[in-house]
Design a protein around this ligand. Structure first.
Ligand SMILES: [Zn+2]
Ligand SMILES: [Zn+2]
Length: 277
């Protein structure tokens, strides 16, 4: 039996938050780590979680929004400096160009580092798999994986990892869609975008601009109640909410989700490790 765990490195959003780092999580299958998204602070969160950066050879990106990629340059360059010599990245079309641009931005810096005698492996030879459409994804991680397109404003893929008889699903950012219900069908663990909590920085204080933004975000993300409805319809065992804005009320989100979902609800703190058994 494989040992499976999910570590919530960052449960935050694009808005900087002292309590919640940028979106990122690690799926660990018998010691193989798969980093999913790479928001601000991912490298230091990995260190705090006791996961050496150089032990990560697999990075999966759900979509190319800044909050899911702010930590990439640090992870790429810092992790290679720590000794990583292999990296495979899976993500939507455009991830190759993004990686290439990071290398170009830091060209002088990287030339300097390599001139010190450092190997270019794990930095200049990154293997990148771009996903074009929903379906099966062939990689060498110890899981069978399928993906489906979510509803956001850029191409976003949710991932379904089959590990023996267990299923872990990561939604990425999404508004409610039949695709996430299908992707999450019968999952042991579903991590779902719950950005639109009833209480958060966008709903407190009567700021008109924030209220307008919040209204528009309803087409791009889920409320806790919508998360619960999706999990209930998909007959998921455990639902993990994430992507919280500053001042989100976690207890309220838990209560709202639990009112429509009969399974287990987790409103995680950063670095919380969730075992799948
Ligand atoms: Zn997004
Ligand atoms: Zn996001």
């Amino acid at each position: 039996m494989s040992e499976i765990a999910l570590t919530m490195l960052g449960t935050g959003s694009p808005r900087p938050d002292i309590e919640r780092s940028g979106p990122a999580q690690v799926l660990t299958i018998d010691g193989t780590h798969i980093l999913i998204d790479c928001g601000e602070g991912t490298s230091t969160q990995l260190l705090k979680a006791g996961i050496p950066l150089e032990s990560i050879n697999h990075l999966w990106i759900t979509h190319l929004h800044s909050d899911h990629l702010f930590g990439y340059a640090q992870f790429l360059i810092g992790g290679q400096g720590n000794g990583r010599r292999e990296l495979t990245i899976v993500g939507p079309k455009g991830i190759k160009k993004y990686h290439q641009r990071i290398l170009e931005l830091y060209e002088e810096d990287l030339n300097y580092r390599l001139s010190l005698g450092r190997s270019p492996k794990g930095l200049l030879d990154v293997n990148i798999i771009e996903i074009i459409e929903s379906g099966e994804i062939k990689t060498d991680i110890p899981a069978y994986v399928t993906c489906a397109e979510m509803v956001h404003n850029v191409k976003t893929f949710g991932y379904r990892f089959y590990i023996e008889d267990k299923v872990v699903v990561i939604s990425g950012d999404t508004a409610p869609t039949p695709n996430i219900v299908e992707l999450a069908r019968g999952a042991n663990l579903l991590v779902l975008d719950s950005a639109l909590t009833t209480t958060s920085v966008y709903t407190k204080g009567g700021n008109k601009e924030f209220s307008k933004v919040f209204e528009n975000l309803k087409k791009k993300h889920c409320t806790p109640v919508q998360c619960g409805q999706i999990a209930q319809e998909a007959e998921v065992k455990t639902l993990v909410l994430t992507h919280f804005l500053p001042e989100a009320d976690g207890e309220e989100a838990f209560a709202e989700t639990s009112s429509v979902f009969a399974g287990e609800v987790i409103v995680p703190k950063d670095l919380q490790k969730i075992k799948v058994d």
